[in-house]
Design a protein around this ligand. Structure first.
Ligand code: G3H
Ligand code: 13P
Ligand code: ZN
Length: 316
């Protein structure tokens, strides 16, 4: 059942965070639904601009509609990840998306406000909520690369002003995470004091954490042992997901970790079975491994086990 992101945030706020997982193909979609149902969790499906052009945006919509039929018990929202203005409008007009992210965080504060406000004004009359971003994460997202020197953390006072002036429904804030598999060069931690300060200024407001993959070290070791070259890959401590949720983080974005599962499964499979050229056996293993991974994340996010309650609340 596709629901609004707003409904899911209201139910999760202060208790747990929703896993926001990116999808690109059918195997990932199947594993995603299976993992969320096995762990009885509501969730958010994210579609990036890159995913929309990997096959075709309609292919992704078709897969999600099909998965909704195959798994009628699933409760989820569909979200555009890191949209530019035109892509946001395309998703708003499609009538398929529950929410869009307008990412103008690389623009000046005033320009970010102006762009975000235009998107909010188009989205709200259609019942679609808008996530915006203030501050800049390091790493690469879509076609924009931000070096560590240029990444900067969100200023809480600016965040409060930004929320008020744009009317955006949730805010992605930069607290020290970054996109990709190489998040920390040393022992840098996350700045929860920023989340706390924003919550003091805007109580009850849903915040979002991007760049939250944990980059499991056993996964990295297995990839490297099977021919990969991911030296020094490091992620967020997943035991920080729930404390973040209790402070008002409602959505935690995880994409890289799923790519690591895919890479490990495929590298090991073809290393061990060089004679095989049917892609279905390995695709099946990936679906199962991805489902296990999703279930394990949902436990750490606190979203696992909430499906029946969410369903009951939405059916009231
Ligand atoms: O933050 C970006 C997400 O990981 C999506 O990545 O733009 O390569 O699909 P992508
Ligand atoms: P990761 O690269 O840490 O998985 O972050 C994903 C993300 O923020 C998607 O928007
Ligand atoms: Zn992101």
């Amino acid at each position: 059942m596709i629901v609004t992101t707003k409904q899911l945030f209201e139910l999760a706020y202060g208790k747990y965070a929703l896993g926001a997982y990116n999808i690109n193909n059918a195997e990932q979609t199947m594993g995603l639904f299976q993992g969320n149902l096995e762990s009885k969790a509501p969730f958010i499906i994210q579609i990036s601009k890159g995913a929309r052009s990997y096959t075709n945006k309609l292919m992704l919509e078709g897969m999600i509609r099909a998965a909704d039929e195959i798994f009628p018990e699933a409760v989820f929202a569909v979200h555009l990840d890191h949209g530019d203005e035109q892509t946001c409008y395309d998703c708003i007009d499609s009538g398929f998306y529950s929410s869009v992210m307008i990412d103008a965080s690389h623009e000046s504060f005033e320009e970010n406000i102006a762009i975000t406000k235009r998107v909010v004004d188009k989205a709200h009359p259609k019942g679609i909520s808008v996530e915006a971003e203030l501050g800049q994460l390091g790493g690469v997202e879509e076609d924009i690369s931000v070096s560590e020197d240029h990444a900067h953390l969100t200023d809480p006072a600016q965040a409060a002003e930004f929320i008020k002036r744009t009317g955006c429904d949730s805010l992605a804030c930069a607290i020290g995470t970054s996109h990709g598999a190489f998040k920390f060069s040393g022992s840098q931690g996350l700045h929860f004091e920023i989340v706390e300060a924003i919550q003091k200024l805007v109580p009850g407001y849903p915040l979002v954490l991007h760049g939250s993959s944990s980059v499991p070290q056993d996964e990295v070791e297995r990839i490297n042992a099977a021919g990969g070259a991911l030296k020094g890959a490091k992620g967020v401590d997943p035991n920080q997901y729930l404390p973040a949720a209790k402070l008002g983080v409602c959505k935690i974005n995880i994409d890289t970790d799923g790519r690591l599962v895919w890479t490990r499964v495929h590298r090991e499979f073809f290393r061990d079975k060089p004679e095989v050229f049917d892609f279905r056996p390995v695709g099946k293993i990936f679906q199962e491994e991805y489902a296990k991974f999703i279930a394990s994340r949902n436990k750490l996010l606190g979203s696992a086990g909430n499906l029946d309650e969410v369903r009951a609340a939405l059916n009231k």
